[in-house]
Design a protein around this ligand. Structure first.
Ligand SMILES: Cc1cc2nc3c(=O)[nH]c(=O)nc-3n(C[C@H](O)[C@H](O)[C@H](O)COP(=O)(O)OP(=O)(O)OC[C@H]3O[C@@H](n4cnc5c(N)ncnc54)[C@H](O)[C@@H]3O)c2cc1C
Ligand code: FES
Length: 255
């Protein structure tokens, strides 16, 4: 983990309230696994005090650039969306990402993203195809105005889009698409809202499944316990999403 100031190369809206920010700096060289995240200081003022965690969406080592994609939900992400051409204080790359090294060439990986859980799947898809893994993407959004990254995913493999209101792609949820299209896979890797992760674990937990968890964070480095997550339904043991995750095998976390 490093702390550095990165330059904001660009920061623009790519879907409704969804921004893509490209950051440049030496820290990018320390990125190892898709699914790792950056902890960003959104303001030089006293508030908001806490950094905001955002998944690394894409890395370009040739030019030391990294992208994050975020939805403007509250004060922190609103402040981020106003940054142009400035420097930003970043901690990272943090956490343990998706285990690309464990997935063998020739296997088929089903990558399932929901809303702002879609971004880390791009780098994941790139890494998996580079090592000869077949990838299929299923992306879920609320509505047509929220859809992004369909083309980027298509560059690597078959891509299906579901919207809850049916205004784009198939009407329904990602789980409907997997069932209706009878998608076959060896390993499932997912990032998105907890209800989606829960449904995937319930339906496919008997297979090899990796889930990227989202919890509100404080320090981002394992020191404050803000991000703890239970490891079993009746278990009193916990993991820290920032340090032990954010990616876990499905059976390692209670949802
Ligand atoms: C490891 C990790 C990776 C993440 N990656 C991304 C990403 O790539 N893109 C993206 O848009 N968001 C991502 N998030 C969520 C993002 O960090 C929050 O949306 C953001 O911190 C909200 O800050 P805010 O000040 O705008 O909103 P706040 O005012 O703090 O909250 C606004 C709303 O966002 C919700 N929220 C806050 N923190 C989280 C959280 N950790 N998870 C889910 N909901 C939250 C709150 O409940 C509230 O409804 C990630 C979170 C984690 C833990
Ligand atoms: S955010 Fe502080 S321990 Fe995870």
């Amino acid at each position: 983990m490093k702390k550095a100031h990165l330059t904001v190369q660009s920061n623009s809206e790519i879907a409704d309230r969804i921004y893509k920010m490209v950051l440049k700096g030496e820290l990018v060289r320390h990125f190892t696994e898709p699914g790792q995240f950056l902890h960003l200081k959104v303001s030089d003022a006293v508030t908001p005090l806490l950094r905001r965690p955002l998944s690394i969406a894409d890395v370009d080592f040739a030019v030391n650039e990294v992208s994050v994609i975020y939805r403007t939900d509250g004060e922190g992400t609103r402040l981020l969306s106003e940054k142009k051409g400035s420097m930003i204080d970043v901690l990272g790359p943090l956490g343990n990402g998706f285990p690309v090294r464990r997935i063998e060439p020739g296997k088929t990986a089903l990558l399932v993203g929901g809303g702002v859980g879609v971004p880390p799947l791009q780098e994941l898809s790139k890494r998996l195809t580079e090592k000869g893994v077949n990838v299929i993407h299923v992306l879920g959004f609320q509505s047509a105005k929220d859809v992004f990254y369909e083309q980027e995913c298509l560059a690597y493999g078959d891509t299906y889009v579901a919207t809850a209101d049916g205004t784009y792609g198939e009407k329904g949820f990602v789980t409907d698409i997997i069932r209706e299209k009878q998608l076959e896979f060896d390993v499932l890797l997912s990032c998105g809202p907890t209800p989606m992760l829960k449904a995937l674990k319930q339906q496919y937990g008997h297979k090899e499944v990796y889930l990227s968890m989202e919890e509100r964070m404080g320090c981002g480095i394992g020191a404050c316990f803000a991000c703890v997550c239970r490891t079993g339904e009746s278990d009193t043991s916990y993991v820290k999403v920032c340090l032990d995750g954010p990616v876990f095998k499905a059976e390692e976390v209670a949802l």
